[in-house]
Design a protein around this ligand. Structure first.
Ligand code: TRP
Length: 488
């Protein structure tokens, strides 16, 4: 790997959050380029065919996202009074679109919602899956806003061969239990399976949004975003519309206390949305950002906060995979399985004890150290491990032991919470209903005037009908802010 290429989580915690934003990459010689899309994620290979690390700066540049910088995190801390989550401090969430606008809304005490999701799969989640869920739970606590979680069983049905609708609906319920075990506040959280919700009679507005949106997006745009071709099933071509309109507040009229029998409300459509997701989901949301202001009842472009992929136990360039048991720690693994897997994981230590003492290890590629970075909150402790390992004072076995203890206790507390989630509890989270939240308790700025919001939307490069739509969105947003501060 090039000397100054980003190493992300492997860096000492004090600088990790900055590592991407402030280092330029030297392009490595590639045999194959990395491939990142919602259904396939592969790291690149070097000229000898060795797997490289994911190049997150490259993907951010290619897709024109912003790297999360120190100033944004400082502003976050100033506004919320909360220290940024360790996954922000250490750059696991590394990139964004319009996260600063979300901070503006928060500063002005204006409402917004959180939206995340998952394509449900059989059996248990692995710890890589729990990251966006846990991070979203933390954001929900910090911002005190409503959250929707979309379980795209329809997507899985369309994109995975050999799955029946009946089977995939069951996965949704099991995965909902995993999500609920993260501890979301029931009053502020709506979880839904696409199959169950779309068939429920509460989803008329969602479907209207999907139809209207699908009429705006032509096949070239779908193909451009996802690489579809003439043999792609029409279901697959259609599905992205659903994941897109799930970002519109108006798809969930009940959350805001709107009449589900009446027409969609423009003021509800104007409520902004923040989507925490892994970077591979970005193509969906570029599509919705390109088109949301063209809706008859415009929605602002959703904001995004992107994570990297959790390194597989085999090391750099690998991604944890549900279908490769040894690549990942699963949330239903026993303490013994966890121990075995971590002991077998890729190490940055030297071949022998003598060599390790003499030359030191490489924490940047050491999987147990990387995992400690995911789960250990204490920056100072990590810093100590980092340097001790580098100097050869701390041994591979010691690093592994620290990691095993921490991951075992993380998984154990998850399992305890999961055991309490009954089918009845799942039903409550999945029931379409009005949500309750408070938002920012001390906004420091008055809500924005419609004209100012419009200027911002114009500066974003909206043209023609986009401009008018932006104006309408801004007006509606102003009204929504007023409504929400009265009601919810
Ligand atoms: N497509 C995602 C998956 O396969 C699921 C998903 C739906 C999602 N909506 C989302 C993920 C919003 C992140 C944010 O896992």
């Amino acid at each position: 790997m090039a000397e100054n290429a980003p190493t992300g989580l492997g860096e000492p915690p004090s600088v990790a959050a900055l590592s991407l934003a402030e280092t330029a990459t030297t392009p490595a010689k590639h045999l194959t380029e990395q491939e990142i899309n919602p259904w396939d994620v592969q790291a690149g290979t070097d000229e000898h065919g060795n797997t490289l690390e994911f190049d997150y700066v490259a993907i951010s540049q290619k897709w024109n996202t912003k790297l999360l910088d120190k100033a944004t995190l400082e502003r976050f801390e100033r506004l919320t009074g909360k220290k940024p989550h360790r996954w922000l401090r250490r750059g696991l969430f590394f990139s964004h679109r319009d996260f600063d606008l979300i901070l503006d809304y928060y500063e002005r005490g204006e409402p917004f919602m959180l939206y995340t999701g998952r394509g449900p799969s059989a059996g248990s989640l692995h710890v890589g899956h729990s990251i966006p869920f846990e991070f979203t739970k933390w954001l929900q606590d910090v911002f005190d806003v409503p959250l929707v979680i979309m379980l795209t069983d329809d997507e899985k049905f369309l994109f995975k061969e050999g799955l029946t609708i009946e089977a995939v609906k069951k996965f949704s319920i099991e995965n909902a239990k995993d999500a609920i075990a993260m501890g979301y506040d029931l009053k502020k959280t709506f979880i839904y399976s696409d199959f169950l919700f779309m068939g429920s009679g509460s989803n008329g507005h969602f479907y209207e949004n999907a139809m209207e949106f699908s009429k705006l997006v032509n096949f070239n745009q779908m193909r451009g975003a996802f690489g579809f071709d003439g043999s792609t099933s029409s279901g697959r071509v259609f599905f992205p519309n659903l994941q897109c309109v799930a970002a519109f507040a108006s798809s969930y009229p009940f959350i805001w206390g709107d009449d589900i029998e009446a027409d969609r409300k423009a003021t509800t459509a104007a409520i902004p949305c923040l989507i925490p997701c892994a970077i591979d989901q970005d193509p969906y949301f570029r599509l919705v950002r390109d088109n949301s202001l063209r809706m008859q009842r415009p929605s602002p472009k959703p904001a995004l906060i992107h994570s990297k992929f959790l390194t597989s136990l085999q090391g750099a360039g690998g991604k944890m995979s549900a279908s490769v048991p040894m690549s990942a720690i699963f949330l239903d693994d026993t303490p013994n399985q966890i121990k075995k897997k971590i002991n077998a994981s890729f190490s940055g230590g030297q071949e022998t004890l003598e060599l390790h003492r003499e030359l030191g290890g490489n924490p940047d590629v050491d999987v147990p150290y990387q995992y400690l970075c995911y789960f250990e909150d204490d920056d100072e402790k990590l810093d100590r491990f980092y340097h001790a390992y580098k100097k050869g004072e701390m041994l591979t076995g010691e690093m592994k032991k620290e990691c095993i203890t921490l991951v075992q206790s993380y998984v154990k507390s998850f399992q305890e919470a999961r055991a309490k989630v009954t089918d009845e509890v799942v039903k409550e989270y999945m029931k379409p209903r009005k949500l309750e939240w408070k938002g920012n308790p001390n906004p420091t700025k008055p809500p924005k005037k419609a004209e100012e919001a419009t200027e911002k939307a114009d500066a974003d490069g909206q043209k023609g009908q986009g401009k008018r739509a932006a104006k309408r969105a801004a007006k509606a947003a102003e009204k929504a802010a007023g409504d929400a501060s009265k009601g919810a």
